[in-house]
Design a protein around this ligand. Structure first.
Ligand SMILES: Cc1cc2nc3c(=O)[nH]c(=O)nc-3n(C[C@H](O)[C@H](O)[C@H](O)COP(=O)(O)OP(=O)(O)OC[C@H]3O[C@@H](n4cnc5c(N)ncnc54)[C@H](O)[C@@H]3O)c2cc1C
Ligand code: FES
Length: 257
């Protein structure tokens, strides 16, 4: 039987926003000061972030040093809009870390990233000891204007970066998948893809499934395996306790659609 409550308590810990850097019209990078003990995490684990007056939303831990924790927010609706614009000195609630750690072996990594998946890539980049000669991140957006200084942040964390969008100003004109026309995923020890389901599915016949990790997104409500809202389509996996990262081969064989 699954041990559904193996992941720490669901009591919220307090944190104070001590930095909020707007990276582009849709991305903000927040630094939080943890005001209470908070368990350590490993990628691609996430937390629930409760924003007073709004909802609790799942957010990946982009990084942590001591009592400082970073999250990267992409505006999707009311709660993420509030979070992206939150003032320094505001208090929020956190619980977690949730989900399972999934660390690939090796030292050369390719990250294929779209949307809020950037946060997951950042956490892997720092945890896996990346440097710009060993790790490459392809960051895709629909619009050039969304990109802002996200590539600089990825480089600061330790990965070389290529942008892909439907604008000639990006390094690649097209999607993250199109960028693979000029990159050999087989040269890397692991491929880690984080982005919308359509993007991940288009990668299935383009990357080595046995050494690729897909980090999924879903509707997370309870975060501890109780409500069923995060069931991964076609499988018996709950994203919040079995994921959010899965080896791509395992997902495909489990019937993911
Ligand atoms: C494990 C996990 C980790 C995540 N990490 C991050 C992160 O690090 N940074 C980040 O910015 N976002 C992250 N997300 C997505 C984020 O949680 C949603 O964008 C957020 O819950 C939307 O809340 P909202 O109230 O702002 O928008 P809502 O008003 O609830 O929704 C606005 C739009 O977003 C869609 N949406 C709502 N919830 C989700 C969801 N869970 N996933 C995808 N789309 C959703 C809705 O269909 C709607 O179209 C993560 C999601 C999961 C499951
Ligand atoms: S979010 Fe409730 S079971 Fe996963």
């Amino acid at each position: 039987m699954r041990n559904i409550l193996r992941h720490n308590s669901t009591a919220y810990s307090s944190a104070m926003v001590v930095g909020n850097k707007r990276l582009s019209p849709v991305y903000s990078f927040l630094e939080l000061e943890l005001l209470q003990d908070f368990p350590l995490h490993k990628p691609p684990q996430f937390i629930m972030v409760w924003v007073p007056g709004y909802e609790a939303v799942p957010m990946t831990i982009a990084g942590r040093r001591g009592d400082r924790l970073w999250i990267l927010v992409k505006i999707a609706g009311d709660t993420t809009r509030r979070l992206a614009g939150i003032e320094e000195g505001s208090f929020i609630g956190l619980y977690g870390p949730l989900g399972k750690p999934l660390i690939p072996p090796g030292n050369r990594f390719l990250f294929l990233v779209g949307g809020s998946g950037v946060a997951t890539a950042l956490n892997y980049i720092s945890s896996l000891g990346c440097s710009q000669d060993k790790c490459l991140t392809v960051f895709g957006c629909w619009k050039y204007s969304e990109i802002g200084s996200v590539p600089e942040l990825i480089e600061e964390f330790g990965s070389a970066t290529i942008t892909a969008c439907l604008d000639r100003r990006c390094n690649v004109y097209g999607t993250v998948v199109d960028a693979l026309n000029n990159i050999d995923p087989g040269e890397y020890d692991a491929v880690i893809a984080c982005g919308p389901p359509g993007m991940l599915k288009s990668l299935i016949d383009k990357i080595p499934l046995d050494k690729s990790i897909f980090v999924l997104d879903s509707y997370v409500k309870c975060g501890i395996g109780l409500c069923g809202s995060c069931l991964v389509p076609g499988t018996r996996y709950y994203l919040c306790i079995d994921g959010p990262g899965f080896y791509a081969r395992e997902l495909v064989e489990a019937g993911w659609h």
